[in-house]
Design a protein around this ligand. Sequence first.
Ligand SMILES: *Cc1c(COP(=O)(O)O)cnc(C)c1O
Length: 375
Amino acid sequence: MSAAVPFLDLKAQYRAHREAIDAAMSRVVDSASFILSSEVEQFETAFAGYCGVRHVVGVGTGLDALRLILLEEGIGPGDEVIVPANTFIATALAVSAVGARPVLVDCRKEDSSIDPVQAEARVTPRTRALLPVHLYGLPAPMDELRRIAERGSILLVEDACQAHGARTLEGKRCGSLGTAAAFSFYPGKNLGAYGDGGAIATQDDELAARLRLRRNYGQSVKYHHAVAGENCRLDGLQAAILHAKLGFLDSWNEQRRRVAHRYCEALKDSPVTPPAADQVPRSVWHLFVVQVEDREGFQAHLRQRGVETGIHYPVPIHLQPAYAHLGYSRGDFPVAESLAQRIVSLPIYPEMTDVQIETVIDAVLSWSPAPISRR
Ligand SMILES: *Cc1c(COP(=O)(O)O)cnc(C)c1O
């Protein structure tokens, strides 16, 4: 039995745009040109125009995008990169994959973004880059971070994997705010492929040229290898699908905003704490994350009413067994730790019907937390 309100409904999106997407897929299959075809180039050009940058380089995944930026910037063993403690593991993995050390920073209470004051305090002579995340679709505090980066002559790299189309107050798109930015096209992202995909956005001509070489075996001419590269190309079929979907991205983000607006209004005086209402116009709402005591009880209550929820993310980076060797302990990042215990993601996607939105709201409002205060 499918839930009344699934957490995500990719089938609804395909149904709504079947013709455009099928046409894109047939075009690629008919041409039998699958690898770095004109489809990839055309999508790269279109997405670069959309983001307001000179170059987009398509790669295999969001993790590849992050990793290749750091690698081509010469970051490696002995270097440090500043990363938020509350993010998807890929942000930190990109740093450790190139042999550098992820230096973690706690987030701010008000919007769960990396705290720029604490980030600055972690800068050392080994710091090579700041790697903020536009978490849940909300732009990170880039002006403050840019000042820190400029003062310390360090790079500012964006993890924009959750922020396709988000804009700053000045109207600049996420992806155009640092030295380079990483995007993921994992199917559930605001702009999602039908498989894995990723891209790097940058204004830097030389960096873009190096990335194009590296992702394709280091060759500019077939079988002539300038550098020892890798195979992490954006697939041609995925590029065609992404190009077909790109035209809908702004309206999809607007639909997500409509859901967020309704949630924020309805959940003001409820048993959960919604995001601050002033985030509604600023975020592209990849996720809508509320805070609640007794999360398990809350999720069970919603499940009973057919509403699926998620947790993004249940374990902060410093408490992941994978990063035990970094030497952090519980208590090091109190805000991230407290959020990890309390956060729940409600369903949010462009195709949500009014009935579904109200079903979620009714389910939340009908929940009463256990009266005994827990410790
Ligand atoms: C999805 C995501 C990634 C990684 O993207 P993949 O395409 O799955 O490799 C990196 N960072 C953040 C914040 C993400 O949400």
